[in-house]
Write a protein of this length. Structure first.
Length: 231
Protein backbone atom coordinates (compact mmCIF):
# COMPACT_ATOMS: atom_id res chain seq x y z
CA UNK A 1 0.00 0.00 0.00
CA UNK A 2 1.26 3.45 -0.90
CA UNK A 3 2.45 5.46 2.11
CA UNK A 4 0.34 8.33 3.41
CA UNK A 5 3.33 10.64 2.87
CA UNK A 6 3.30 9.83 -0.86
CA UNK A 7 -0.44 10.45 -0.99
CA UNK A 8 -0.05 13.76 0.82
CA UNK A 9 2.98 14.80 -1.20
CA UNK A 10 4.81 15.61 2.03
CA UNK A 11 7.69 13.87 3.82
CA UNK A 12 7.81 14.31 7.60
CA UNK A 13 11.10 15.29 9.18
CA UNK A 14 9.77 14.05 12.53
CA UNK A 15 7.95 10.72 11.96
CA UNK A 16 6.61 10.79 15.52
CA UNK A 17 4.33 13.67 14.57
CA UNK A 18 2.85 11.57 11.79
CA UNK A 19 2.36 8.64 14.16
CA UNK A 20 0.63 10.91 16.67
CA UNK A 21 -1.67 12.35 14.00
CA UNK A 22 -2.77 8.85 12.99
CA UNK A 23 -3.37 7.51 16.52
CA UNK A 24 -7.04 7.41 17.57
CA UNK A 25 -7.83 7.95 21.29
CA UNK A 26 -9.41 4.48 21.48
CA UNK A 27 -5.96 2.88 21.33
CA UNK A 28 -4.82 4.41 24.61
CA UNK A 29 -8.23 3.89 26.23
CA UNK A 30 -8.19 0.16 25.58
CA UNK A 31 -4.59 -0.38 26.65
CA UNK A 32 -5.06 1.68 29.86
CA UNK A 33 -1.52 2.94 29.33
CA UNK A 34 -0.15 6.40 28.78
CA UNK A 35 -0.10 6.85 25.04
CA UNK A 36 -0.33 9.86 22.74
CA UNK A 37 -3.33 10.33 20.47
CA UNK A 38 -4.32 12.82 17.81
CA UNK A 39 -6.71 15.01 19.81
CA UNK A 40 -4.25 17.83 20.50
CA UNK A 41 -3.05 17.86 16.90
CA UNK A 42 -6.66 17.87 15.74
CA UNK A 43 -7.25 21.02 17.82
CA UNK A 44 -4.20 22.68 16.30
CA UNK A 45 -4.94 21.55 12.75
CA UNK A 46 -8.46 22.94 12.90
CA UNK A 47 -7.02 26.40 13.61
CA UNK A 48 -4.42 26.10 10.84
CA UNK A 49 -7.13 25.09 8.36
CA UNK A 50 -9.36 27.96 9.43
CA UNK A 51 -6.55 30.51 9.08
CA UNK A 52 -5.31 29.23 5.71
CA UNK A 53 -8.79 29.20 4.17
CA UNK A 54 -9.81 32.50 5.76
CA UNK A 55 -6.73 34.17 4.32
CA UNK A 56 -7.41 32.72 0.88
CA UNK A 57 -11.09 33.68 0.83
CA UNK A 58 -10.25 37.18 2.12
CA UNK A 59 -7.89 37.76 -0.81
CA UNK A 60 -10.01 35.94 -3.38
CA UNK A 61 -13.23 37.85 -2.73
CA UNK A 62 -12.22 41.42 -1.78
CA UNK A 63 -15.80 42.71 -1.99
CA UNK A 64 -17.47 40.03 0.13
CA UNK A 65 -18.76 40.91 3.62
CA UNK A 66 -17.70 38.92 6.67
CA UNK A 67 -20.91 36.91 6.81
CA UNK A 68 -20.63 35.61 3.26
CA UNK A 69 -16.99 34.60 3.68
CA UNK A 70 -17.87 32.83 6.92
CA UNK A 71 -20.49 30.73 5.11
CA UNK A 72 -18.03 29.82 2.36
CA UNK A 73 -15.39 28.79 4.89
CA UNK A 74 -17.93 26.72 6.83
CA UNK A 75 -18.81 24.92 3.60
CA UNK A 76 -15.14 24.02 3.06
CA UNK A 77 -14.36 22.82 6.59
CA UNK A 78 -17.59 21.02 7.46
CA UNK A 79 -17.16 17.55 8.93
CA UNK A 80 -18.52 15.80 5.81
CA UNK A 81 -16.17 17.85 3.60
CA UNK A 82 -13.12 16.99 5.72
CA UNK A 83 -14.13 13.33 5.82
CA UNK A 84 -14.25 13.34 2.03
CA UNK A 85 -10.73 14.75 1.88
CA UNK A 86 -9.63 11.97 4.22
CA UNK A 87 -11.34 9.37 2.04
CA UNK A 88 -9.62 10.71 -1.08
CA UNK A 89 -6.29 10.10 0.70
CA UNK A 90 -7.51 6.68 1.90
CA UNK A 91 -6.64 7.96 5.35
CA UNK A 92 -8.80 5.37 7.10
CA UNK A 93 -6.36 2.66 6.08
CA UNK A 94 -3.57 4.30 8.09
CA UNK A 95 -5.33 5.23 11.35
CA UNK A 96 -4.30 3.27 14.45
CA UNK A 97 -7.47 2.20 16.29
CA UNK A 98 -8.42 0.22 19.36
CA UNK A 99 -10.00 -3.17 18.68
CA UNK A 100 -13.45 -2.05 19.77
CA UNK A 101 -13.37 1.03 17.55
CA UNK A 102 -12.12 -1.08 14.66
CA UNK A 103 -14.91 -3.64 15.13
CA UNK A 104 -17.59 -0.94 15.23
CA UNK A 105 -16.55 0.51 11.87
CA UNK A 106 -14.48 3.39 13.22
CA UNK A 107 -12.11 3.27 10.28
CA UNK A 108 -14.90 4.54 8.02
CA UNK A 109 -16.59 6.85 10.53
CA UNK A 110 -16.80 10.45 9.28
CA UNK A 111 -15.83 11.96 12.63
CA UNK A 112 -12.75 9.74 12.88
CA UNK A 113 -11.66 10.59 9.35
CA UNK A 114 -12.26 14.33 9.74
CA UNK A 115 -10.39 14.42 13.06
CA UNK A 116 -7.42 12.55 11.58
CA UNK A 117 -7.31 14.92 8.61
CA UNK A 118 -7.19 17.95 10.92
CA UNK A 119 -4.53 16.23 13.02
CA UNK A 120 -2.40 15.69 9.92
CA UNK A 121 -2.59 19.40 9.10
CA UNK A 122 -1.56 20.20 12.67
CA UNK A 123 1.33 17.75 12.46
CA UNK A 124 2.59 19.31 9.21
CA UNK A 125 2.37 22.75 10.80
CA UNK A 126 4.59 21.62 13.69
CA UNK A 127 6.93 19.76 11.36
CA UNK A 128 7.50 22.49 8.77
CA UNK A 129 5.71 25.70 9.75
CA UNK A 130 2.66 27.61 8.64
CA UNK A 131 3.68 28.38 5.04
CA UNK A 132 4.25 24.73 4.15
CA UNK A 133 1.01 23.70 5.88
CA UNK A 134 -0.90 26.49 4.15
CA UNK A 135 0.43 25.56 0.71
CA UNK A 136 -0.50 21.92 1.25
CA UNK A 137 -4.01 22.91 2.36
CA UNK A 138 -4.41 25.07 -0.74
CA UNK A 139 -3.30 22.17 -2.97
CA UNK A 140 -5.70 19.74 -1.31
CA UNK A 141 -8.61 22.21 -1.35
CA UNK A 142 -7.95 23.53 -4.85
CA UNK A 143 -10.81 21.69 -6.52
CA UNK A 144 -13.35 22.66 -3.85
CA UNK A 145 -12.28 26.32 -3.84
CA UNK A 146 -12.45 26.34 -7.62
CA UNK A 147 -15.94 24.85 -7.54
CA UNK A 148 -17.10 27.60 -5.19
CA UNK A 149 -15.55 30.24 -7.45
CA UNK A 150 -17.14 28.72 -10.53
CA UNK A 151 -20.57 28.74 -8.90
CA UNK A 152 -20.17 32.36 -7.86
CA UNK A 153 -18.95 33.44 -11.27
CA UNK A 154 -21.76 31.58 -13.02
CA UNK A 155 -22.03 28.22 -14.69
CA UNK A 156 -19.83 29.15 -17.66
CA UNK A 157 -16.79 31.25 -16.64
CA UNK A 158 -15.04 30.66 -19.99
CA UNK A 159 -18.10 31.96 -21.81
CA UNK A 160 -18.40 34.92 -19.44
CA UNK A 161 -14.75 35.82 -19.97
CA UNK A 162 -15.08 35.60 -23.76
CA UNK A 163 -18.17 37.82 -23.77
CA UNK A 164 -16.45 40.35 -21.52
CA UNK A 165 -13.34 40.54 -23.68
CA UNK A 166 -15.16 40.57 -27.01
CA UNK A 167 -17.13 43.58 -25.82
CA UNK A 168 -13.74 45.34 -25.94
CA UNK A 169 -12.21 43.64 -28.99
CA UNK A 170 -13.26 40.98 -31.49
CA UNK A 171 -10.32 38.83 -30.45
CA UNK A 172 -11.23 35.83 -28.29
CA UNK A 173 -9.11 34.54 -25.40
CA UNK A 174 -6.95 31.46 -26.00
CA UNK A 175 -6.08 28.71 -23.54
CA UNK A 176 -2.78 26.87 -23.35
CA UNK A 177 -1.84 23.86 -21.21
CA UNK A 178 1.61 24.69 -19.85
CA UNK A 179 2.39 21.50 -17.96
CA UNK A 180 1.36 18.96 -15.38
CA UNK A 181 2.57 17.93 -11.95
CA UNK A 182 1.91 15.55 -9.07
CA UNK A 183 1.75 11.77 -8.75
CA UNK A 184 -0.44 9.75 -11.11
CA UNK A 185 -3.30 9.41 -8.61
CA UNK A 186 -3.37 13.22 -8.06
CA UNK A 187 -2.30 14.60 -11.42
CA UNK A 188 -2.62 18.39 -11.70
CA UNK A 189 -2.72 20.22 -15.04
CA UNK A 190 -1.57 23.83 -15.46
CA UNK A 191 -3.18 26.25 -17.92
CA UNK A 192 -2.89 29.86 -19.03
CA UNK A 193 -5.52 32.08 -20.59
CA UNK A 194 -4.06 34.55 -23.07
CA UNK A 195 -5.66 37.52 -24.81
CA UNK A 196 -3.59 39.10 -27.53
CA UNK A 197 -0.08 39.20 -26.13
CA UNK A 198 -1.21 39.34 -22.50
CA UNK A 199 -1.34 36.42 -20.08
CA UNK A 200 -4.52 37.17 -18.15
CA UNK A 201 -4.24 34.41 -15.54
CA UNK A 202 -3.22 30.86 -14.78
CA UNK A 203 -5.18 27.95 -13.37
CA UNK A 204 -4.70 24.39 -12.19
CA UNK A 205 -7.08 21.45 -12.17
CA UNK A 206 -7.49 17.69 -12.14
CA UNK A 207 -8.16 17.75 -15.89
CA UNK A 208 -7.15 20.05 -18.74
CA UNK A 209 -10.70 21.38 -18.95
CA UNK A 210 -10.81 22.13 -15.21
CA UNK A 211 -7.44 23.92 -15.42
CA UNK A 212 -8.78 26.13 -18.20
CA UNK A 213 -11.94 26.90 -16.22
CA UNK A 214 -9.85 27.84 -13.17
CA UNK A 215 -7.74 30.13 -15.36
CA UNK A 216 -10.90 31.83 -16.65
CA UNK A 217 -12.21 32.29 -13.10
CA UNK A 218 -8.91 33.82 -12.01
CA UNK A 219 -8.90 36.12 -15.05
CA UNK A 220 -12.41 37.33 -14.21
CA UNK A 221 -11.22 38.04 -10.67
CA UNK A 222 -8.03 39.88 -11.65
CA UNK A 223 -9.43 41.82 -14.66
CA UNK A 224 -5.96 42.52 -16.06
CA UNK A 225 -7.50 44.04 -19.19
CA UNK A 226 -8.73 47.04 -17.19
CA UNK A 227 -5.12 48.07 -16.61
CA UNK A 228 -4.47 47.86 -20.35
CA UNK A 229 -7.52 50.02 -21.09
CA UNK A 230 -6.46 52.61 -18.51
CA UNK A 231 -3.01 52.91 -20.03
Amino acid sequence: MESIEVRLGYKFRNPLLLAEALTHPSLAYESQKAHFDNQRLEFLGDSVLQLALTEHLFRMFPDFPEGRMTKLRAQLVSRPALAQFAQSLQLGSYILLGKGEEASGGRKRSSTLADAFEALVGAIYLDAGYLVARDLVMTLFEHEIGSISETLEGSNPKGTLQETLQAISAEAPNYRITGESGPDHRKVFHAQVIWGNTILAQGRGKSKKEAEVRAAIEALRKKVWLNAEAS
